[in-house]
Design a protein around this ligand. Structure first.
Ligand code: NAP
Length: 306
């Protein structure tokens, strides 16, 4: 039997006790997802015979899909665009960290009950420590794209980690301002609270904020397409800056500029890796084989860029 690369809701309706998968990523779109090779490598390294696949689920299909997967004795799922907040009312329990993030990217199915977690933020924390050898919470951060889903998760994680200064930059300034208000009103943040500033990408004060920035966290989608310019002019970059671009699908102009400026720079593959490793640990209650997962991701990216 040929296994489809991407399953759909129609497939799920016939699975019942004979599901070909026990783990999956649900999204719309989802065909591009690097999670299956990464998790299949982890399962193989641990001698587990489960299968992880991709399921294309449209927004209106999510409740039925989750109900069918519960009946199919699934172990867990990852959620990607556009399901990370829509999943919340379908869960029995939401982990406290995911509640603060307001989004769930990992679900564990156990005895018919569903618990939601968010490993994106903590994945970033691990990635920064691995790539740059520093604690995220010690850094003054500037977040580009602080109006989208990734920017929001990254900004909340920075606040929870205790970053002393958080500069939120977004093309649509109002969205950065709304996020700044949301962070400022969070209960239980490490003390003293961060100094938060919200700016538009065209702000004349951006240059001054760059001087008081240790790490630039690029979370906008500008850079995903061939020929996209950098969201930050080259003249703002210094060799002392750390630059982390969450885009991992292709080399971006920002990363090229960071290297030209002598700055240390890294792409979002490590964030993808560590959010996946944390999800694996939630499902199997054991340490994830991170090296095997990293190797699989690198192979997948290399094959995709050929
Ligand atoms: P999203 O919700 O659609 O947000 C897109 C963001 O990019 C918004 O802030 C938007 O600004 C900004 N933007 C779009 N086009 C722009 C342009 N031409 N100039 C300046 N800003 C622009 O998308 P998302 O889910 O947050 O994803 C954003 C990026 O994060 C993607 O590139 C994705 O690869 C990356 N990501 C990486 C990981 C990882 O594990 N490494 C995980 C999740 C996401 P406006 O508000 O003004 O529209």
């Amino acid at each position: 039997m040929n296994t489809p690369a991407v399953f759909t809701l129609e497939n799920l309706r016939f699975w019942k006790d004979s599901a070909p998968l026990q783990l999956a990523v649900l999204g719309d779109p989802v065909a591009h997802s690097a999670s299956p090779p990464m998790h299949m490598a982890a399962l193989g390294a641990c001698g587990l015979s489960h299968t992880y696949g991709r399921i294309h689920i449209r927004p209106e299909e999510l409740p039925e899909a989750i109900s069918l997967l519960t009946e199919s004795a699934f172990i867990g799922v990852n959620l990607t665009i556009p399901h990370k907040t829509a999943i919340l009312p379908l869960l029995n329990t939401v982990d406290p960290h995911a509640k603060v993030m307001g989004a769930v990217n990992t679900v564990r199915f156990k005895e018919g009950r569903l618990t939601g977690y968010n490993t994106d933020g903590k994945g970033l924390t691990r990635a920064i420590e691995e790539d740059f050898g520093v604690k995220l919470g010690a850094l003054r951060v500037l977040i580009l794209g602080a109006g989208g889903g990734a920017g929001r998760a990254v900004a909340l994680q920075c606040a929870l980690e205790g970053c002393p200064k958080i500069t939120l930059v977004n093309r649509t300034r109002e969205k950065a301002e709304a996020l700044a208000h949301e962070i400022a009103s969070l209960a239980g943040l490490p003390q003293p609270p961060p100094i938060i500033t919200a700016l538009g990408t065209d702000s004349v004060t951006l240059s001054a904020h760059m001087e008081a920035t240790d790490i630039i966290l690029q979370c906008s989608s500008l850079g995903m397409k061939e020929g996209d310019p950098s969201p930050l002019p080259l003249r703002f970059l210094r060799s002392e800056h750390l630059v982390y671009d969450t885009i991992y699908s292709r080399p971006t102009q920002l990363l090229a500029d960071a290297h030209a400026a002598g700055a240390r720079a890294s792409n979002g593959l490590s964030m993808l890796l560590h959010q996946g490793a944390l999800a694996f640990e939630i499902w199997f209650q054991r340490e994830a084989p991170v090296d095997a997962m990293r190797d699989a991701l690198r192979l997948f990216r290399a094959a995709a860029s050929r």
